[in-house]
Ligand binder design. Structure first.
Ligand code: ADP
Length: 460
């Protein structure tokens, strides 16, 4: 059973991790898909705007200008550098117009998304009829020659298109005319401002929903595992309790059986009246013992809501001193009890019967679990509580069990239970009594030697 639950837990945790991994993979895939679709949409929108008449007419403004300046260049009136400069100057002159057409067009197609565009010159070549090439510009000269649009950085750009303007142009120079083939290549780049955050925003619904689902599954798993462990512990505790009570009942019952047999024989023979008398006494004693055991189980099982305390005002110092005096008289083993009971003069408003039961339970435990020197202290603490502390030099309680010892039927399993008899009800009942007084009880011990129990009851 234990192995089965362990396997179940490991399998569930493994499945959970697999689920998280699959979920993460699916979200990442959705992101990639959205990214691709987004880029395709943006590219299509740009292509549409690029082919409108308005944009085309703006383009022709710089192209016509360039052809004129190209003639001057062929006539040697201007240098190559001047030709390029004049192309850039003209482009920047028409750029505002171009941008306004472009952005209006894009906004109409994909509203609310900021898609920037950049047109850069890739190369400009002139080829004469003999096939001789004049390279006016090549992007190996300068990395990029910005023409139109927004001049964003190279690292932010995504190449979406290369276009070529090809033209056979007739040049007239020094009374001769020649037809040259112009090849003007441009590259079109786009850049979507905040593309990532736009995509993340679009995917946030999916992300939140799957995170919530995962969280739900994790909490379900957590509660199931916790329940499983709790149930397991409870069943262990119950088994322990049944073993303990059976063990406790066995002795008086077998004594009873023996005594009854003796009684019957003696009674029938009517010979020896002392035997009859003694046997009846034994039967009575064992009966009382069984009764007490059963009473203890019944009484100590009560929760603090069911404990009917009737409070009285009494002097706590005197109460504790008397309790210890009586306890000493009833002690059946030599134990030293050092008292440090302050004379606080503060009245305790509590049920003296229940409170003494609680304190005696702790004293009995201290003696039962190896304590030979006990210390009982009493004072009023800084938070205005009656503070009763009982410490012993017994076997101690390991910190990992300290929280559990106040639970019903709980006994520390590391300790040899056959050496220390009990039902695991004493501290449960003590805690319930203190709770019924709106107080608290805590334990401290390093687990190797000695324990210290502290009871706090508010001054009322
Ligand atoms: P029990 O009938 O087993 O004594 P209790 O509820 O009184 O039941 O105590 C619960 C468990 O706490 C005990 O089984 C014991 O392991 C541990 N315990 C309680 N008091 C002490 C103590 N003074 N020193 C060491 N162990 C203690």
């Amino acid at each position: 059973m234990q192995l089965k639950s362990r396997v179940l837990i490991i399998a569930s945790i493994f499945t959970l991790f697999a689920l998280i991994a699959i979920q993460g993979y699916l979200i990442y895939n959705s992101y990639e898909l959205k990214n691709k679709t987004f880029t395709i949409d943006a590219r299509n929108a740009i292509a549409k705007v690029y082919n409108t008449k308005e944009v085309d007419s703006v383009m022709w403004l710089y192209r016509n200008h360039f052809l004129t300046r190209l003639e001057s260049y062929r006539n040697n009136s201007i240098s190559k550098k001047e030709l390029i400069n004049s192309l850039q100057t003209k482009a920047s002159e028409i750029n505002p117009n171009f941008l306004s057409f472009y952005h209006n067009g894009i906004e109409a197609l994909i509203p609310g998304v900021d898609i920037n565009l950049k047109i850069a010159v890739a190369s400009i070549n002139l080829t004469d009829s003999l096939g001789r090439k004049d390279i006016i510009f090549s992007d190996s000269d300068t990395p990029q020659l910005f023409l139109l649009g927004e001049n964003f950085g190279v690292e932010d750009q995504l190449l979406i298109n290369n276009s070529t303007w090809q033209k056979d142009h007739e040049f007239n120079a020094n009374d001769t005319s020649e037809i040259l083939d112009l090849n003007f290549k441009t590259s079109v780049y786009m850049n979507v401002v905040n593309q990532n955050s736009l995509l993340i925003k679009e995917l946030s619904g999916l992300f939140v929903a799957s995170s919530l689902l995962l969280l739900f599954v994790v909490s379900l798993l957590y509660y199931s595992i916790r329940n499983l462990i709790k149930q397991k512990r409870l069943s262990e505790i119950k088994t322990d309790f049944i073993n303990n009570i059976t063990h406790e009942l066995k002795t008086p019952l077998s004594t009873l059986k023996l005594a009854t047999n003796t009684f019957i024989t003696a009674y029938e023979e009517r010979k020896n009246s002392t035997i009859v008398k003694e046997t009846v006494e034994i039967i009575e004693r064992q009966n009382t013992r069984i009764q007490k055991l059963i009473d203890q189980v019944l009484k100590s099982s009560l929760g603090y809501q069911q404990i009917q305390i009737s409070r009285e005002h009494f002097n706590a110092t005197v109460f504790l001193q008397e309790l210890l005096k009586d306890y000493r008289i009833g002690m059946d083993q030599p134990i030293s009890i050092v008292e440090s009971i302050e004379n606080t003069g503060v009245t305790l408003h509590a049920d003296p019967f229940y409170l003494s039961t609680a304190i005696i339970n702790i004293l009995n435990n201290a003696a039962k679990y190896g304590g030979t020197e006990l210390q009982v202290k009493y004072s009023i603490d800084a938070a205005n509580n009656h503070l009763i502390s009982i410490s012993d030099n017994g076997i101690g309680i390991s910190p990992k069990y300290q929280r559990l010892i106040f639970e019903k039927f709980y006994r520390v399993s590391e300790q040899n239970k056959h050496n220390y008899k009990g039902l695991g009800l004493g501290l449960y009942y003590t805690n319930q009594i203190i709770k019924a007084h709106q107080g608290s009880i805590t334990v401290s011990s390093d687990g190797t030697k000695g324990s210290n129990f502290e009871i706090k009851i508010p001054v009322l």
